[in-house]
Each structure stands twice: as structure tokens, then as C-alpha cells.
Write a protein that binds this ligand. Structure first.
Ligand code: HPA
Length: 261
């Protein structure tokens, strides 16, 4: 069995698993952010990709999301768990809060956001943008590891690379957002278009602009993300045990059925 792991800011490899090899792919959409690092535990192959490149050299709006997802598909991955560093839109979600979001709002622009922009016309359903089976599995692992987390929440995706104004943070909160980041879109849409199961775990690294009195710094975001890497490594490690008994998803692998316009 194969699983794809996408690491966000501060996560560039997985500790505690045996490393097999690195694979470089060139897809029809161009080059993915980095090589895919393969790790193995039991019968599970992990394909790990650093979304921003290994040296964190790719800004959110320049990531080749299509190549990243197409690469996973080429490698035979049908499930992806992604990790993101996010800001909090609510005082109750303090830095280090872990959230497994269940919905999302897209404020990005100018990105290549679909596989279907020529010849074929599909209108994919993303009412529930995350795979519910994979989401529940993440929740189960967090629960088993006694890690407190917020089960469900709305991820607002901005274009970046700048952070938000205080007024934008207020607006995102008023619109129903809980956390704000720069990389979930178009990643999750492309995963659905590629008929892959996709779930996300986000780690709050800072309060959104205007919520805290302190000025936001990239150093703060990176340090907080690094601090959470051991939790992320434990979750990724546990996937090999928990994926064994997972029921098969009847939604994501059939996402294109009846959507052709
Ligand atoms: N805003 C947007 N993206 C982010 C933030 C933020 O405050 N923190 C980490 N990623």
C-alpha cells in the first residue's frame, strides 16, 4: 500500500521510518517541488514531498501544485495526508493548536488550479473537500496518541506571500474561517480531480494579524512548526498500523463520475 505525505513549512523529511530512496519525476505539468522521498514501514510505502522544496525555496503562489499531485498519481499513490502551518483567526486557537479541518475557502488567484482547462470539461463536487475516511483516520491516530486537536474547522487560503491585514483577518473570521494559510488551494482540488483521497492536519504557528499585539515574524512561524515536527512524525509513523483496517473510500476514487459537462 502507498501513501503520499506533503510536508509544509518546517517539515522536510520524516524521522523514525526507514528511508528507501529518492525519486525525481518530470510530469506533463512540469517538475514537482522536489524529489519524492520514499520511506517504508511494514507493508506501507510512504512517498514524502516537501511542498516548498527541501530548502524552503518555493513561495506558495509559485508551487507547481499540478506537478506535485500528478507526480503522486504517477507513483501509484491514492491517498495523501498533508500538513500545513497556519495562522489562527480566533483567540481560542492559540499557537500549537492542531486542527483537522473539514472545509475550506479559496482566496487564491493566478495559480494553475485545475487539470481540466482544455478539451475535457468537468465540474468536480467539493462540497466536502476532504476525504471523510482519511480525516477520521487522522482523528483516530491523534486520539490514540492523546494529542489534543480540533476536529473540524474552516481553512481560509490566501495567495500570500504577504501576511494578512488586521481587517482581512476580521473578515475571514466573519466569513466562517478558523485558520488561515497559503497552500491548501489548489492542492486539495487537484487531489479530488485526480480522484485521490486527501486529508489535512494544520498546526497553528501564530495568531492572525490584529489578534495578538505582537508583530508576526517568519522566524516565529518556522520555530513553532519545528516544535510540532515530533507530533507529525508520530502521526505519520502510526499511519502504517491504522491504514491496514481502513474501509475503502467510495467517494474520492469516483470523483469524476457523472461530472462531465
Ligand atoms: N497567515 C497566512 N499563512 C500563514 C500564517 C498566517 O498568519 N501563519 C502561517 N501561515
Amino acid at each position: 500500500m502507498n501513501i503520499g505525505i506533503i510536508g509544509g513549512s518546517g517539515l522536510y523529511n520524516i524521522e523514525g521510518l526507514s528511508f528507501v530512496e529518492k525519486i525525481n519525476i518530470n510530469t506533463k505539468y512540469g517538475k514537482p517541488s522536489d524529489s519524492y522521498k520514499i520511506y517504508r514501514r511494514g507493508s506501507l510505502n510512504y512517498y514524502f514531498l516537501a511542498r516548498h522544496g527541501e530548502k524552503h525555496s518555493i513561495v506558495p503562489h509559485k508551487i507547481n501544485y499540478r506537478a506535485n499531485i500528478a507526480g503522486f498519481k504517477e507513483l501509484g499513490v491514492n491517498k495523501i495526508v498533508s500538513f500545513c502551518a497556519v495562522g489562527s483567526l480566533d483567540i481560542k486557537y492559540t499557537p500549537s493548536t492542531i486542527m483537522v479541518p473539514d472545509n475550506a475557502i479559496d482566496f487564491t488567484h493566478g495559480r494553475d488550479f485545475t487539470f481540466f482547462d482544455e478539451k475535457r470539461v468537468f465540474h468536480i463536487d467539493i462540497s466536502n473537500p476532504f476525504c471523510s475516511i482519511l480525516r477520521n483516520l487522522l482523528g483516530k491516530i491523534l486520539h490514540k496518541n492523546k494529542i489534543t486537536f480540533v476536529d473540524g474547522g474552516v481553512y481560509v487560503c490566501t495567495n500570500g506571500p504577504r501576511l494578512e491585514t488586521a481587517a482581512e483577518v476580521k473578515m475571514f473570521r466573519a466569513l466562517g474561517g478558523d485558520i488561515v494559510g497559503m497552500t491548501l488551494f489548489p492542492e486539495l482540488v487537484l487531489a479530488r480531480e485526480a480522484e485521490l483521497c486527501y486529508a489535512n492536519m494544520s498546526v497553528v504557528t501564530n495568531f492572525g494579524a490584529g489578534i495578538s499585539k505582537n508583530k508576526l515574524t517568519t522566524a516565529e512561524v518556522k520555530q513553532n512548526m519545528k516544535n510540532n515536527n515530533s507530533i507529525i512524525n508520530n502521526i505519520v509513523y502510526a499511519l502504517a498500523d491504522e491504514l491496514k483496517g481502513i474501509e475503502s473510500c467510495s467517494v474520492c476514487p469516483m470523483a469524476l463520475n457523472d461530472t462531465k459537462a
